[in-house]
Design a protein around this ligand. Structure first.
Ligand SMILES: Nc1ncnc2c1ncn2[C@@H]1O[C@H](COP(=O)(O)OP(=O)(O)OP(=O)(O)O)[C@@H](O)[C@H]1O
Ligand SMILES: [Mg+2]
Length: 397
């Protein structure tokens, strides 16, 4: 059965040869930022890149910093991720010993291989004492310097998932976001020979840093977009799902599944619907049955949890009155096949916000485009995805 929660890894990971190949090639000279809307499979791609780099003998650290909301916490997560690589733990301890005086006893334990099971708890406690809001820039440098010593094979790769979310958290909590972005950039510039970064995040980095004029601190990343599956790949993905379950596949069934989901073939929605279909399917699966599963299951109560966050995140990330304007616009475009003329959308925007500011209106539209809600079709705007539009229409959000 296809994976539908968490990143697709190992046997569950399907293809993405082009994206993974592009990233590996570009990493030869650049740091990379992956750009994609939510749920397009970014983390899965990152984990596959990590696997390939490990296979080639490179050291690769993976961090998920979705819930990190202060620079000192970032440094603690970084040190913990480095510490988690068992094969280089002693080397890491040795490299940090001089800089982290209060942890030196613990590091001596590790070096002497006398470390017991509670070592990680002790480490985090110690790091919390050592790394604070008033010294994270120097401490962070010490940790990066120690990481550089972990492998003679260079560069060492740092895969950082949800970096944009983390910066967004810092901005919201008023925790040195600007300083953190400046500092990270200087680390990247000074370490380009030794360290290479692959970062991603499911909120748009550009939108997050716009409010603090931070674009220039992230413009050194080479950007790699992660799009939906191509039609050919999506069909192959569906066929493999049928084969794995020993259910007879016919091309018209695959086409029907894709027809229900609609372009772009977002891996997550494709995987969920495929899984639902395979669970319901017997030997007599027909196109009409697939349509029924789509309407009653994916768009029914069972599918609710998958879509709700698209509604919730307007409130969380857009703030009022932009969230209200966005909702009004989406409510209107769910009704039209050919899309809503931009001028009419501007009218809705003015009513919702009491602002007559065309620039702010266009910013909102670009944000909605970035976040997977809408797409531009000449002078009209439409829902980006059929399945999301169907859901919006049904639940009258
Ligand atoms: N290459 C893939 N092969 C198979 N399934 C995939 C693939 N990529 C994504 N999926 C499907 O999409 C789901 C989400 O994948 P992943 O966590 O990688 O996405 P994401 O873009 O990081 O999501 P988020 O925006 O929540 O961080 C997986 O559980 C799986 O169902
Ligand atoms: Mg992810």
């Amino acid at each position: 059965m296809p994976v539908v929660s968490g990143p697709a890894m190992g046997k569950g990971f399907f293809d993405r040869e082009k994206e993974v190949g592009d990233i590996l090639r570009l990493l030869g000279r650049d740091n990379i930022a992956l750009i994609s809307p939510r749920r397009y499979g970014e983390t899965s791609v990152m984990r596959e890149v990590e696997r390939r780099l490990n296979e080639r003998g490179y050291l690769c650290l993976f961090l998920d910093i979705m819930y990190v909301d202060a620079p000192e916490e970032f440094v603690i997560e970084l040190a913990t991720a480095a510490f988690d690589v068992a094969s280089t733990r002693r080397r890491f301890a040795r490299a940090l010993k001089d800089a982290f005086v209060r942890l030196s006893e613990l590091f001596e334990e590790i070096e002497a291989s006398a470390a017991g099971t509670g070592i990680k708890v002790k480490l985090r406690r110690g790091l919390n004492e050592e790394i604070r809001a008033d010294n994270w820039t120097e401490r962070g440098r010490d940790v990066f310097d120690a990481i550089k010593c972990l492998s003679d094979k260079k560069p060492i790769y740092l895969v950082i998932d949800e970096l944009s979310e983390c910066v967004n958290n810092m901005i919201k909590k008023d925790k040195d976001a600007e300083k953190f972005l400046q500092w990270s950039r200087s680390i990247r510039q000074q370490s380009i020979e030794d360290l290479r970064f692959i970062v991603g995040g499911s909120v748009s980095f550009d939108r997050v840093v716009k409010g603090i004029s931070g674009l220039s601190w992230i413009n050194d990343f080479e950007r790699v977009p992660i799009a939906g599956f191509s039609r050919t790949d999506a069909l192959k993905f569906v066929e493999e799902g049928f084969n794995e379950e020993g259910i007879e596949y016919r091309e018209e069934l695959g086409k029907k599944i894709l027809g229900c989901i609609g372009e772009p073939y977002v891996p997550y929605f494709t995987a969920i619907f495929l899984r639902m279909t395979l669970q319901e399917a017997g030997s007599d699966l027909t196109e009409a049955m697939i349509e029924e599963i789509y309407n009653s299951k994916l768009l029914g109560a069972q599918g609710k949890g998958y879509f709700e966050h698209y509604k919730d995140r307007l409130k969380i990330y857009y703030g009022e009155p932009m969230a209200k304007a966005a909702k009004e616009i989406l409510r209107e475009i769910r009704l039209t096949d050919e899309g809503l003329p931009k001028q009419l959308a501007f009218h809705l925007f003015r009513e919702a916000t009491n602002e007559d500011n065309e620039e702010r209106f266009m910013d909102l539209l670009y944000d909605l485009e970035n976040d997977f809600y809408i797409t531009f079709d000449g002078e009209n705007i439409r829902f980006q995805s059929k399945v999301l539009r169907d859901w919006w229409r049904l639940y009258n959000v």
